[in-house]
Write a protein that binds this ligand. Structure first.
Ligand SMILES: [Zn+2]
Ligand SMILES: [Zn+2]
Length: 250
């Protein structure tokens, strides 16, 4: 089984465990590498991200753990850089670039908070057209590598988080397919790695990882490389169900 996890959150942002608890759990599970990817600070929504002061402490704490556990596990200090974050990314071992918001006028609409937020945002800003909202989402995602300097593209189709069984929109709609393909084509040119993210399964929102199977196939056929990630918000989430999904990397 893959013993490398690069997408993990701690009490410095919206995770439930301290970095040291995460390290101990990863060692216990036999992991060879654990990368931390604290949510970058976003001034317009401070509920889930690292504070500015917290970001400094986070880097210090990960550096301490890197040294303390160096004979047991490789520890990396990364960040999950939101598209709309203006925090510097220099000095991190790697960057995951993620779109968690869409901008409509001067409002930042969270993509992954509740289905109701998406439904009312579609009504208010996109004439009630959910596919149009998805189009805006994928337009933003298309630019995420350029904007954040990402090495890894986070949860490419996060917009489907609440769309199990087509609850909000039809992913077979031609306009939907066109939107994600355009986005994928732009990102493929950057050479960034795509993640296959099991986090929403761990937290009970989805029954399959991000991205959807047809997107994975499309990306693979065009030479994309992938990593598995658990988007762990607690020790349980480290490497969540990697054994079930590592076949997707082939
Ligand atoms: Zn994320
Ligand atoms: Zn994350």
């Amino acid at each position: 089984m893959i013993k490398k996890e690069l997408h993990s959150h701690t009490t410095f942002c919206d995770g439930n465990n301290t970095p040291e608890e995460m390290v101990k759990a990863a060692i216990e599970k036999g992991f060879l590498t654990l990368g931390f990817s604290g949510h970058s600070y976003t001034f317009f929504d401070e509920r889930y991200c690292m504070s500015k002061a917290g970001t400094r402490q986070y880097k210090e704490e990960i550096a301490r753990l890197k040294e303390k556990y160096k004979s047991d596990i490789e520890i990396l200090c990364g960040t999950e850089q939101d598209y709309y974050s203006d925090m510097p990314t220099e000095g991190y071992d790697y960057v995951i670039g993620s779109v968690h918001y869409m901008k409509a006028g001067d409002r930042y609409i969270p993509v992954d908070e509740t289905p109701d937020i998406l439904i009312s945002a579609a009504k208010k800003h996109f004439g009630g057209d959910m596919i149009e909202l998805c189009r805006r989402y994928y337009e933003t995602v298309a630019d995420v590598a350029a904007k954040t300097g990402a090495d890894i593209i986070g949860h490419f189709d996060l917009i489907t988080k609440f769309n199990e069984n087509g609850a909000l929109f039809d992913t077979n709609d031609e306009r939907y397919i066109h939107a994600w393909r355009q986005s994928a084509d732009r990102l493929l040119k950057t050479g960034a790695v795509f993640e296959i993210n099991t986090g929403a399964i761990a937290r009970g929102y989805r029954t399959a990882p991000y991205p959807a199977p047809d997107i994975i196939t499309y990306l693979k056929e065009r030479g994309a490389t992938f990593i598995l990630s658990g988007d762990a918000h607690s020790t349980d989430g480290i490497g969540y169900r990697f054994e079930d999904y590592e076949y997707l990397l082939d």
